[in-house]
Design a protein around this ligand. Structure first.
Ligand SMILES: C[S@@+](CC[C@H](N)C(=O)[O-])C[C@H]1O[C@@H](n2cnc3c(N)ncnc32)[C@H](O)[C@@H]1O
Length: 242
């Protein structure tokens, strides 16, 4: 299934537009995450990392690594792990590389440019793979998930964090007021990109979440897929195995 909500224009490649958008907002990205999510995104990332840690992985791939937040958390928590992070956006990766150097983790974390839909790795290369808030941005969701499956070792775990829609109607009303109206306004001021946080809202609405996403994972070839709703369902953690 393709999520054809695109950041800037309905014409042209989603991938090019996504890369351009993250290049544009890179310098504001970490600040916005912390402020606009009230720090809750850190809790979600820590839950993802703890879940992956339980499988005791040595080689981990963080797809759509952005500014490397999950890659850094993985390396800090799992001391024997070597983490590779890939992303389309050079500006996001540049900021991530600076963070990796500041944390003195250059011997354990490698960040490089790469496309989730054409991964530059051999089959069965990684013990575990993570994607935090990335799959919604793929041009062709199944292509990205298939590539991730190809490079994951048999038995290895995939952990995905993605936004979802809260099910409680009262909570959803107030959350949507924030997510659809306040966040795009605040985000456009801090990131100077009018479209980025509008795209965030629209792409979350269009994303096949929960059971629908589990079905996509299973039909792509993953096994034992599960969904855990976090923070009243505004985020979901999906896990699955090869
Ligand atoms: C919302 S950011 C998430 C970054 C990071 N994982 C985090 O948790 O903060 C989404 C990232 O996905 C990247 N991305 C989107 N499509 C991609 C693809 N096909 N291959 C690699 N990266 C991709 C974007 O460039 C962007 O950096």
């Amino acid at each position: 299934m393709d999520n054809k909500v695109k950041p800037y224009s309905e014409h042209g490649s989603k991938k090019t537009q996504v890369a351009e958008m993250f290049d544009n907002i890179a310098s504001a990205y970490d600040f916005n995450n912390q402020i606009l999510s009230l720090g809750i995104d850190r809790i979600w990332r820590n839950i993802l990392v703890s879940t992956i840690e339980k499988t005791n992985p040595r080689y981990i791939l963080d797809v759509a690594t952005g500014t490397g937040d999950v890659a850094i958390r993985l390396a800090k928590k799992i001391h024997s792990a070597k983490v590779t992070g890939i992303d389309l956006s050079e500006n996001m990766l540049h900021l991530g590389q600076n963070k990796v150097m500041d944390q003195k983790l250059t011997d354990r974390i490698t960040l490089q440019k790469g496309d989730a839909e054409h991964l530059d790795f051999e089959d069965d290369s990684f013990d575990a793979i993570t994607v935090a808030f990335g799959v919604r941005n793929f041009e062709t969701l199944v292509k990205g998930l298939s590539e991730i499956l190809r490079v994951l070792k048999p038995g290895g775990m995939l952990g995905i964090l993605e936004f979802s829609k809260p099910s409680n109607r009262i909570f959803a009303f107030f959350f949507n007021l924030y997510f659809k109206t306040i966040l795009p306004l605040a985000g456009s001021i801090t990131s100077k990109d009018n479209q980025a946080y509008k795209y965030l809202y629209e792409s979350v609405q269009a994303f096949p979440e929960g059971e629908n996403f589990l079905k996509i994972l299973e039909s792509t070839g993953y096994q034992k897929s599960k969904c855990r709703k976090l923070s009243f369902g505004i985020c979901s953690l999906y896990t699955a195995y090869k």
